[in-house]
Write a protein that binds this ligand. Structure first.
Ligand code: ADP
Length: 259
């Protein structure tokens, strides 16, 4: 696995919030993750990229505690139900519920299912709606919202939980280009406040906006480091197979496109 100096430096700054060591996983006899080491620190925005079937969703589910690794160890903040928020690719949210009701679900780990809602709970819920720009949908049922709007409401639920670590599986797949970049901006702001974020991304140009990019291929981490060091055609092509071209914008931002 390649690791840049920058990434090493970052790892040394603080203790990891969550750390997986030597994690392996198989679905029946298909090995999907093979001795994976992965860590995320508080305040860090990490993009998990790789071709379809690389094992990204499986790794995220293991980090969330939803799947048990066949081998390896995970050190995660406890209790996970409060400290880690996980957003699946397609959460089966009740469509007849309003955005406000969905966001309030994020408070359940803090208050129990029948617990009374406190002022702090309501503040967390409305703050999450504001951050995800979904206040205008608060009293609308999910069934009346577009896929992208629903995705933002689902994120509001995760943020209302006020987790230490946010695990997001393709949170931008229904978002248009502006909302995708806006989501990254929101996550960046939250990371500056100390939240750790791991997100599975297909869009390498959004991954370029993260602190670190981790490339997974065939169940192994092939590269991990600053976007400019991982988003290199020769590294990416070994995983994606396609001809890729990279450009560096005047801002220093890296852009990767098919050749
Ligand atoms: P990615 O998120 O990178 O696309 P996944 O973690 O979803 O990859 O899947 C990795 C591999 O595991 C794929 O080959 C997929 O077909 C297989 N897989 C995923 N979920 C299951 C499952 N529930 N049962 C059997 N195989 C699965």
């Amino acid at each position: 696995m390649r690791e840049t100096e920058q990434a090493k430096g970052k790892g040394q700054r603080g203790n990891p919030l969550l750390e997986a060591r030597g994690v392996s996983f198989s679905y029946r006899d298909q090995v999907v993750l093979d001795k994976v080491d992965f860590a995320v620190s508080s305040g860090e925005l990490v993009a998990l990229v790789g071709p379809n079937g690389a094992g990204k969703t499986t790794l995220l589910k293991i980090l969330a505690g939803l799947l048990k690794p066949k081998a390896g160890t995970i050190h995660a903040p406890a209790p996970r139900a409060k400290r880690i928020a996980y957003l699946a690719q397609s959460d089966a949210l009740p469509l007849e519920w309003t955005a406000l009701e969905i966001a309030r679900l994020g408070r359940v780990p803090h208050q129990g299912l029948w617990g009374a809602s406190t002022r702090a709970d309501e503040d967390a819920v409305w703050n999450a709606l504001e951050v995800t720009q979904t206040v205008e949908f608060a009293h609308r049922r999910l069934e009346s919202l577009s896929g992208g709007e629903r995705q933002r409401v689902a994120l509001a639920r995760a943020l209302a939980q006020q987790p230490q670590l946010l695990l997001l599986d393709e949170p931008t797949n229904h978002l248009d280009v502006t909302h995708g970049a806006a989501l990254l901006h929101v996550l960046r702001t939250l990371a500056l406040e100390g939240l750790g974020v791991v997100l599975v991304l297909h869009d390498l140009n959004l991954a370029a906006l993260c602190d670190r990019v981790v490339l997974l291929h065939d169940g192994r981490i092939k590269a991990s480091g600053a976007p400019s060091s991982v988003l290199e055609p020769e590294i990416l092509e070994a995983a994606y197979g396609a001809g890729l071209e990279r450009a560096v914008l005047a801002s220093g931002r890296v852009v990767v496109v098919p050749r």
